[in-house]
Design a protein around this ligand. Structure first.
Ligand SMILES: Cc1ncc(COP(=O)(O)O)c(C=O)c1O
Length: 391
């Protein structure tokens, strides 16, 4: 690149190399001449041009997630919802029909219920724990099925393999949001998924300091279409966020194992406490899909636990206030444990009756277990429960 007074002179190239990826915030990249730019755009030479179209930090991160998920050429985007949107809006057209699991993440449900129909794409929701229910929702014009493996907040487990078989037989694309499970518990591509989605904001980046998503399709043409759609609609991630996520990813395996162990212990502890009406954890015998958790997740229950305390809002308030040191914050996958109360957050738009049908009552809590010392964690829950019982 030609140097001018306004451009950095660059450092002399040394014989040693950094062991950590550099952050590259440049929005534009200079090329030598129009012929070189042609070569770049035509794929004959590798080079970045404009950061919205791609930048090194996004690619460094994408290759890491690709390797974990067993996919190729995945795309890192500005949020998990950008990844869901790239699938639904980038691959479907007016006249298509999309089926979603009825327990999808709230914003994905909103896309299904409000935005796709506004654009002429019809949608239906069906119970993803039952492949027959998904099969019954398919139509000749169904283009795509979107499911999650473990549902939020009730932690039900989808019949991923049954649904994959049906989608394959009917020529329908299967997209799987693997955020709750992560590739450490399961790789959707190994179970018949055509498209895999991650909110990197959660466990993979793991520190609640970067909002990012990733998506990859097995079919390179579909992948290209999502990439072009994302570039056009500006779903670009920030280089700094990508860098933070790459750093977070370095400890993902360790964080997953530790938080899973603590989650299992917390679930068993809660099940024995007075004032706890129900505990949901995939590998517990009393989970509605316990057998599927063993076969599909190979006994990996992951880091999320849900439970129900006796009483109503007063007891819920008392529990949160009493559980000192646990953040009451609607996210998951952070290094610190977070508590979420779906009736007042993610599921507040539903009527009390609809929440009741899902089992999401005022006493329902979802826990994302973090890296705290396990005894201290149980102690905080014990204090919260004691406060709820006395409320
Ligand atoms: C399963 C699932 N998918 C997607 C998302 C959206 O991710 P983001 O918040 O990064 O947009 C979330 C967020 O909680 C989620 O739980």
């Amino acid at each position: 690149m030609k140097q001018t007074l306004q451009r950095p002179v660059g450092l002399e190239e040394g014989v040693s190399k950094p062991v950590v990826s550099p952050i590259m915030p440049s929005v534009v990249y200079g090329s030598d001449c129009p012929d070189q730019l042609d070569a770049q755009y035509e794929g004959r030479a590798h080079g970045y041009t404009y950061a919205r179209e791609g930048h090194p930090n996004a690619d460094l991160l994408a290759r890491r997630i690709d390797a974990l998920e067993g996919m190729q050429n995945g795309i890192v985007l500005g949020s998990g919802m950008a990844a869901v949107s790239a699938v639904l809006l980038g691959l479907c057209k007016a006249g298509d029909h999309v089926v979603g699991g009825s327990d999808l993440y709230g914003r994905s449900l909103r896309l299904m219920k409000e935005d796709l129909p506004r654009l002429g794409i019809e949608t239906s929701l069906a119970d993803a724990t039952n492949a027959d229910s998904i099969a019954a929702a398919l139509r000749p014009e169904t283009r795509l099925v979107l499911i999650e493996v473990v549902s939020n907040p009730t932690l039900r487990i989808s019949d991923l393999e049954g649904i994959a078989e049906i989608c394959k037989a009917r020529g329908v694309l299967l997209a799987v949001d693997n955020t709750f499970t992560t590739p450490r518990a399961l790789r959707p591509v190994d179970h018949g998924a055509d498209i895999v989605i991650q909110s990197l904001t959660k466990l993979l980046a793991g520190h609640s300091d970067a909002t990012l998503g990733w998506v990859a399709a097995k079919d390179p043409d579909l992948n290209d279409r999502m990439r072009v759609f994302a570039v056009t609609t500006g779903m670009t991630p920030s280089p700094f966020d990508c860098w933070l996520a790459e750093r977070g990813l370095a400890t993902f395996d360790l964080r997953f194992e530790r938080t899973q162990q603590s989650a299992q212990r917390l679930a068993d502890f809660l099940a024995e406490q007075p004032g706890v009406a129900r505990v949901l954890y995939p590998t517990r015998q009393d989970h509605p899909e316990a057998a599927r958790a063993q076969s599909l997740l190979q006994g990996r229950g992951c880091n999320m636990v849900s439970f129900v305390i006796d009483g109503g809002r007063a007891q819920a308030n008392a529990f949160v206030k009493g559980a000192n040191g646990l953040a009451f914050a609607p996210t998951l996958g952070d290094v610190g444990t977070t508590l979420s109360h779906p009736a007042s957050s993610s599921h507040r738009a539903l009527s009390e009756g609809d929440r009741e049908v899902m089992g999401v009552t005022e006493g329902f809590f979802r826990v994302s277990v973090g890296l705290e010392e396990p005894d201290a964690l149980l102690d905080a829950f014990a204090k919260g429960l004691e406060a709820a019982r006395s409320a």
